[in-house]
Design a protein around this ligand. Structure first.
Ligand SMILES: O=C(O)/C=C/C(=O)CC(=O)CC(=O)O
Length: 330
């Protein structure tokens, strides 16, 4: 099934069930007011939501309306946790090379992960607000999974059973703030502002054969200002699958229902697939042409991130955002 949230009813939005073709929706009133509420009681809520999804697709649900993506909040407008991995080593190698840092051997056996911002997510059409272009405005196109309650110290095999929903994220990154911030040794803060989530999250069964071995085997498409930017294969070069990433996050603490676990920026060894962030594109240009040619994003630029199924249909809907200057408070 496919689930989203309307920008109505409070800070956590209003849960809706969305048709497979993303054209229609129905409020999940009577089952759960918000997606977080549904995840808190997933074993009861999921079958009831799924029954509503089936009747919506069959055309016999009540209260159906046409879906307007502009009215959507992020499916989880705020979440208790967002932990973001970095499972695609070609990305790690390139961004580190760009700032003259080494890739330790342990990164190939022990997932890299940080505690990201979850207090507020942009909706799929919300503008990205940044105070200055000098920050080096970048996107990171990624896949996320959403868990139910995960006990502490689960194995990857056990963790796999706790992956309930899958979606996309634009992990907005401010590249010029990263070197100084990471040099302090405490991790990202100012360099990782709010991220945007896809219009809908979907259950793994919605992905058919594309969801295998806890990886999503499809390309993730990014366009910048309407131009193709990249379509790396998400099932290729993923060093750690989602069950390993969830188990890693849960090693010393339980994860609460609604925890969002990110894959890291989708990247392939094969540079002909393009990039999912400007930092990588600039590194490839430096290697091939001696210097980066493509600037980071500017105010007014648009980013579009989407994944299509084998028939060319959008699975999660598109994240489509304009970069906008945030005025300073008076
Ligand atoms: O090491 C750096 O300079 C920056 C790293 C990231 O921004 C990585 C990150 O957010 C995780 C990922 O997308 O793979």
């Amino acid at each position: 099934m496919k689930l989203g949230s309307l920008k109505e009813g409070g800070r956590d939005g209003t849960l809706i069930v969305v048709s497979r073709d993303l054209g229609r929706a129905v409020r999940a009133t009577g089952i759960a007011a918000t997606l977080q509420q549904a995840l808190d009681d997933w074993s009861n809520a999921a079958p009831r939501l799924n029954a509503l999804y089936e009747s919506l697709n069959a055309g016999d649900a009540d209260g159906v309306f046409d879906l307007d993506v502009a009215r959507l909040a992020a499916p989880l407008p705020r979440a208790y946790e967002f932990v973001d991995g970095s499972a695609y080593l070609p990305h790690v190698e390139r961004v580190r090379r760009a700032r003259g840092a080494e890739v330790p051997e342990s990164f190939y056996t022990d997932p890299l992960m940080y505690q990201a911002t979850s207090a507020g997510f942009y909706g799929p059409r919300d503008t990205v607000k940044v105070t200055s272009e000098d920050h080096g405005i970048d996107l990171e196109a990624e896949i996320v999974v959403i868990t139910d309650d995960v006990p502490m110290a689960v194995t990857p095999e056990q963790a796999a059973g706790h992956i309930q929903l899958i979606g996309l994220v634009n992990d907005v990154s401010l590249r010029n703030l990263i070197p100084g911030e990471l040099a302090k040794g405490f991790g990202f803060l100012q360099a990782k502002p709010r991220s945007a989530l896809s219009p809908v999250f979907v259950t793994p069964d919605e992905l058919g054969g594309a969801w295998q071995d806890n990886k999503l085997h499809l390309p993730l498409l990014t366009h910048i200002n309407g131009e193709w930017f990249g379509a790396p294969e998400a099932g290729v070069d993923m060093q750690f699958d989602f069950s390993q990433l969830v188990a890693h996050a849960a090693k010393t603490r339980p994860l609460v229902a609604g925890t969002i676990v990110g894959s890291g920026t989708i990247a392939n060894e094969d540079t002909s697939k393009g990039a999912s962030c400007f930092a990588e594109k600039r590194t490839v240009e430096t290697l091939e042409q001696g210097a980066p040619k493509t600037p980071f994003m500017a105010f007014g630029d648009t980013v579009r991130i989407e994944m299509l199924d084998a028939d060319g249909a959008s699975i999660f809907g598109a994240i489509e955002q304009v970069i906008e200057r945030q005025a300073l408070p008076e």
